[in-house]
Structures are given as C-alpha cells and as structure tokens.
Design a protein around this ligand. Structure first.
Ligand SMILES: COCCCN1C=C(N)c2cc(S(N)(=O)=O)sc2S1(=O)=O
Ligand SMILES: [Zn+2]
Length: 258
C-alpha cells in the first residue's frame, strides 16, 4: 500500500489494511453529540505548565505541520480526568481547504475549519514510545482545540509565520526560543469533552485520553490561509488532513460543563 495519506488511493478508508485497529471500538475522532454526553461534576480544570523550549523545530512531515521539541523540558499537563502527570511531546494541526471543513472532532455534526492537537504522554512510562504502546486509554493525553476564523491569534502568529518556510514535505525550521507555547492556551482550561479514544492517524493506537475544548480558538483569515498553502508528499495541498468521525460503540463522552 502507498504510504498512508488522505487521498482517494491512500486515505482513511484504506488504513485498516495496514492497521486493523482502524475498525476497533475505541477509535478517534468522533462526533461529539451534546444530547448524548454526560456531565461529570468530578472533572476538574486541567493545568498545563509549558516552559519555553530552547531547541524545537516546526516541521512538515507530509501529513501535518508539527511543533516538535528535541527533548522534554518539564512541560507537563495534570488535572481534569488525568490521574497522573503527562509530559508534553508535540503539537500539530488538521485543517480543510475551505472554512466549512477541517476539524477531526465535530460538535453535533458541525466541523470547524481546523483543529489543534497538543500531545502528551503518561509520565509513568520510561518514554513516549512506551506510552503509545502501553495498552489502554491512559498512554497519551491529547488536548484538542477547534480553530475558527476571527481575530488574529497573536500567540499562534510565531508558528503561522513559519508555515511558508515548511511548505514542502520533509522540511523544517528552528522555532525561536522565545516562543511562548503557554500563551496559546486559554487562561482557564475548564469546559471540555473527554472520552477514551485513539490516535487519529496510523498506527491508530487506542491509547489516548481525549480532551476536546468546547470553546474554539480564533485565528485570522490570513493565518487560516497560511495552512492552505502547505503541500503534502504528493505535491498536493495538505488541506483535508482529517479523519472522518468513527463509531462511538459503547463509550461514554463526559463533559466538565453542564
Ligand atoms: C510510536 O509512535 C507512533 C506515532 C505516534 N504519533 C504519531 C502520530 N501520527 C500522532 C497522531 C496524533 S493525533 N492526531 O491523534 O493527535 S498523536 C500522534 S503521535 O503520538 O505523535
Ligand atoms: Zn492530530
């Protein structure tokens, strides 16, 4: 099979051939249907403590654009549905070729133009790779933020300004060390959906505690357009790099809000 992608000949409908878990019972993303979620008063706010990285790259890996530090630096996530501390690993994006599509999760069937994922791994594992392979839904914790078009996002501007430099697959640039990742996050990480799921790209491992925030982040039309100039391994626009929603099966989606 051609390396996986999002085109007709290698897209989500083909992934099960290399990754049979694609048809598993804990797959992501899902459609977050407000009439079917359950408020859980035990869900506290999350706390993300992100320390500026001295050595991080912003790269085009052929299926997304990704912020990737060379090593951990104590940046971590705790609280919410999480029983232990999770170490920050990377963040990346999924987007569409127009404003009506692009996010992976949906809310009552509605797609946003993009979705930002902050990936963290369970610190009780010796490494990130062990966490992915640890089995069960507590290996990784991924924060999902919907992006919608509105005011310019000053916190994301250092990143969106780098996009033209990683237009082609396999390219990367160094991120200025004064980039403040913490500034991307809302002041309080309160209203979210959470459920047990998977990576949304191969290997599709069912190792993820998903935490998807109800409140979208805003980016300007120009920032949104920057994503749409990114090219994939086939030289085509990368936009459309989102997996359609998967069946919920007998999972519950809990909310921290009423
Ligand atoms: C052993 O490592 C296997 C590869 C793991 N990763 C690769 C992805 N494509 C990926 C996608 C992720 S997403 N879209 O579900 O957040 S998180 C993530 S990841 O955890 O960084
Ligand atoms: Zn993702």
């Amino acid at each position: 099979m051609a390396p996986w992608g999002y085109e007709k000949d290698n897209g989500p409908a083909h992934w099960h051939k290399d990754c049979p878990i694609a048809n598993g019972k804990n797959q992501s993303p899902i459609d977050l249907i407000n009439g079917e979620v359950k408020y859980d008063s035990g869900l506290k706010p999350l706390t993300a403590k992100y320390v500026p990285f001295s050595d991080a790259k912003f790269l085009n890996n052929g299926h997304s654009v990704q912020f990737q530090p060379s090593a951990g630096n104590g940046s971590e996530l705790t609280g919410g549905p999480l029983a232990v501390k999770y170490n920050f690993e990377q963040f990346h994006f999924h987007w569409g070729n127009n404003d009506t599509e692009g996010s992976e999760h949906r809310v009552d069937g509605k797609m946003y133009p993009a979705e930002l994922h902050f990936v963290h791994w369970n610190s009780t594992n010796p490494s990130f790779k062990d966490a992915v392979g640890s089995g069960g839904p507590n290996g990784l914790a991924v924060l999902g933020f919907f992006l919608k078009v509105g005011a310019e996002n000053a916190a994301l501007k250092p990143i969106t300004d780098l996009i033209p430099k990683v237009k082609d697959a396999g390219t990367s640039v160094t991120v200025p060390s004064n980039f403040d990742m913490q500034a991307i996050l809302p002041a309080t990480l309160t209203d979210y959906y959470t459920y047990d799921g998977s990576l949304t790209t191969p290997p599709l491992a069912e190792c993820v505690k998903w935490i998807v925030f109800k409140q979208p982040l805003e980016v300007s039309a120009a920032q949104m357009e920057a994503f749409r100039s990114v090219i994939n391994r086939d030289g085509k626009p990368m936009g459309g790099n989102y997996r359609p929603p998967c069946p919920l099966h007998d999972r519950a989606v809990k909310t921290s809000f009423k």
